[in-house]
Design a protein around this ligand. Structure first.
Ligand SMILES: N[C@@H](CCC[C@H](N)C(=O)O)C(=O)O
Length: 230
């Protein structure tokens, strides 16, 4: 078992590519080893291609994790020395590349954002591999995220992102994550969902765990950030 953080989002990684274990065993490993972590990544191989199976710390499986995908790609490149450019997830095939020492992941194709109003918060519901609610607020630091974040997460069954616009293409984001049932230091798919709503070509996302960049290119949305081996 290895431990990583990616912009403050913390994971354990189990490489089971040479064996296979049941879903019940996976859940047991997650609950036993994720106490101080946000989630777990299982490295597997299916029909000759690497496959990322992601679990939140509460043992629930999620089809995708943006920061987790960066860790997964880092692990394949740097630890397993595998010269691969893509891997499978439950949200589809994901492409990765290394750019200036940072890991860039092409995010799953987002769904069309749906505008809603809930508990006095206007915002957008959209899926970037997993469901997100994005709401713009005046001061993100003033949000009582463990109260209102929790309430919205329950009502919408989504990850909840509170976003403050700092300049044309810089935002500050705090995320209440489903399956962690609390605020994480950053969320890759939540940062991407927030940048998609901002709708600029390159968005700097400031989170409690550090800085992420979301690039909006012709062929899709790319998430850039560091990975630390801890
Ligand atoms: N931290 C992740 C998202 C992980 C999944 C999420 N908690 C869910 O269950 O929807 C990220 O970086 O994208």
């Amino acid at each position: 078992m290895k431990k990583y953080t990616a912009n403050g989002n913390s994971f354990v990684l189990f490489d089971i590519s040479k064996t296979s274990i049941s879903d019940n065993e996976k859940k047991k490993w997650v609950l036993e080893n994720c106490k101080d972590r946000d989630g777990a990544l299982f490295v597997e191989k299916r029909d000759g291609i690497y496959y990322m199976d992601y679990f939140n710390k509460d043992g629930s499986r999620a089809p995708f994790c943006g920061n987790g995908a960066r860790v997964f790609f880092y692990y394949l490149q740097n630890e397993k020395k595998e010269n691969v450019s893509k891997f499978l997830t439950d949200a589809g095939l994901v492409f990765g590349k290394i750019y200036n020492g940072k890991i860039l992941i092409k995010m799953p194709k987002p769904s069309i954002a749906q505008k809603i109003k809930i508990e006095n918060f206007s915002g957008y519901l959209l899926k970037v591999g997993v469901p997100h609610f994005v709401t713009f607020v005046d001061n993100v630091d003033k949000i009582m995220i463990n109260n209102i974040g929790k309430k919205l997460r329950k009502k919408l069954n989504a990850n909840i992102n509170f976003v403050q616009k700092l300049s044309k293409n810089t935002i500050k984001v705090r995320t209440f994550e489903r399956g962690v049932e609390g605020e994480t230091l950053s969320c890759g798919s939540g940062s991407t969902a927030s940048a998609i709503i901002l709708n600029e070509n390159k968005v700097k996302v400031i989170t409690k765990g550090g800085i992420l960049y979301v690039h909006i290119l012709n062929d899709g949305f790319y998430l850039e950030g560091g990975v630390e081996n801890v």
